[in-house]
Design a protein around this ligand. Structure first.
Ligand SMILES: Cc1cc2nc3c(=O)[nH]c(=O)nc-3n(C[C@H](O)[C@H](O)[C@H](O)COP(=O)(O)OP(=O)(O)OC[C@H]3O[C@@H](n4cnc5c(N)ncnc54)[C@H](O)[C@@H]3O)c2cc1C
Length: 417
């Protein structure tokens, strides 16, 4: 049993000069076989393992990660959490995740620093306003909080935003989801890892999957850099490398892998207490608890597996930032990085079965999967455990690309994060 993290544990360990902290998770040797292998030790994979153990009693599970936990997109994203999606299917899935986020710190006994500081989408044209109204009303019909703000209300919430009529991109209104916000991305991965390990899940870092053992169309296990490991069921949750893993298993996915960049400024005193997104000029910004401005924009247009992007994307987003917030013009940027996101033609994820029996896939979250981490793990665990999709996952099956029932969220959210 793990020590409960609490003020008492902190005091007790402080008295022992912090010598007796338990390891957060074990590093066991791989067993010859597991009931379920989850490939990918990002937030989604770890959440899948946790819910398999917690909700389905399946504890003979291994998570195989080629690098370190959260070293993929989980530790590289800009941490935005929201559920204001246009289409019913997406709204229900992301709202399921947001609700899990609301209790995650308590559930995992790990502070994921979920801060519901609100998330604002700016509108700069009449067209933007029409699309925004349509979205807000659709979201409200799904019982999800969403409201429209006037420029005066926006100015009151974010005084440093240039709301003047002479601004290059005048602000005509905004949508606001008050329950949206940010969370600490590494903590989400570590919290799931710690609790999954507590329930008996083996977390195997530095273990890359290099192939599948498939007999008569049924998956029997995986080949790894630490030797073959058998499994009754396998789930692929590798974000930007989904196409690579699908290729190893002999099928193709309708995904493209693109670089997506982010950057942070030097830390400054608290100045921005909500998330501001502008789909039109294309930048979004929040302020981290350390004081850094966390900035993001869109993908690089080319496909690549390199975790870097082009400087002009950064230049454009900084231009957009200083148009909206002239006072940020004197800030220095501290660091910049990239991740690889796998995007589907309809900007919605794929969750469910594959052409190989007992091999399941969860991918295609593109630029916006961090917010889905608990919900995605929850519905994917159900799908693997029962061998049938969770009701919320049914519309996201791979066969929608043959049936034509696409869930086109491309323009729906304005920005895709
Ligand atoms: C710059 C950036 C900003 C973003 N901003 C946001 C945001 O603000 N809000 C939001 O909701 N989403 C955002 N996203 C998207 C979000 O980060 C992802 O959708 C989400 O983190 C995907 O989680 P994951 O656990 O599937 O992926 P990852 O964390 O990438 O986990 C997949 C893991 O699989 C491992 N792996 C790959 N191949 C193998 C193999 N062969 N064997 C074993 N392991 C393997 C990788 O090493 C990796 O650790 C952003 C992404 C980026 C890059």
């Amino acid at each position: 049993m793990k020590q409960n993290y609490s003020i008492f544990t902190l005091v007790r360990n402080a008295l022992n000069y912090h010598q007796d902290w338990q390891e957060a998770w074990r590093s066991p040797a791989p067993k010859p076989e597991y009931d379920v292998i989850v490939i990918g030790g990002g937030g989604h994979g770890l959440a899948t393992a946790y819910y398999l153990a917690k909700e389905h009693g399946i504890t003979n599970v291994a998570v195989l990660e080629k690098g370190w936990l959260g070293g993929g997109n989980t530790g590289r994203n800009t941490t935005i959490v929201r559920s204001n999606y246009l289409w019913d299917e997406s709204a229900h899935l992301y709202e399921h995740s947001l609700k899990l986020f609301e209790g995650l710190t308590q559930d995992l006994n790990y502070n994921v620093m979920f801060s519901q500081r609100g998330l604002m989408n700016l509108a700069h044209t009449q067209h933007d306003m029409q699309a925004l109204r349509r979205r807000v009303y659709a979201i409200q019909l799904n019982g999800i909080d969403s409201e429209i703000l006037t420029p005066e209300q926006i100015k009151e919430m974010v005084p440093i935003l240039d709301c003047s009529a002479t601004a290059r991109y005048p602000i005509m209104g905004a949508s606001l989801q008050r329950r949206g916000g940010v969370a600490r991305h590494d903590a989400v991965a570590w919290g799931f890892a710690r609790k999954a390990d507590e329930r008996g899940v083996d977390i195997l870092q530095n273990t890359e999957v290099t192939g599948f053992r498939i007999e008569n169309g049924v998956v029997k296990g995986v080949e790894t850099t630490r030797g073959p490991i058998g499994a009754k069921k396998v789930g692929i949750v590798v974000a930007g490398h989904s196409g690579v893993l699908a290729g190893m298993a002999g099928f193709r996915l309708p995904v493209e892998s693109h670089p997506l960049q982010a950057l942070v400024s030097e830390p400054i005193k608290p100045i921005l207490n909500t998330v501001v997104m502008s789909p039109q000029v294309h930048v979004y910004v929040s302020q981290s608890d350390k004081g850094e401005l966390v900035l993001g924009a869109g993908i690089d247009a080319y496909t690549s597996y390199a975790q870097v992007g082009s400087p002009f994307i950064i230049e454009n987003q900084l231009n957009a930032l200083t148009d909206l917030f002239p006072c940020f013009g004197r800030l220095r940027m501290l660091r910049q990085w990239g991740g690889i996101v796998d995007t589907c033609p309809d900007a919605s994820p794929i969750i469910g079965k594959t052409p190989v029996e007992n091999l399941f896939i969860n991918c295609g979250w593109g630029t916006g999967g961090f917010k889905a981490t608990p919900g995605s793990g929850n519905v994917f665990a159900h799908t693997i455990a029962r061998g049938e999709p969770h009701p919320l996952a049914v519309p996201f099956a791979l066969d929608r690309f043959t049936s034509g029932y696409l869930i086109d969220e491309h323009g729906a959210a304005g920005v895709a994060h």
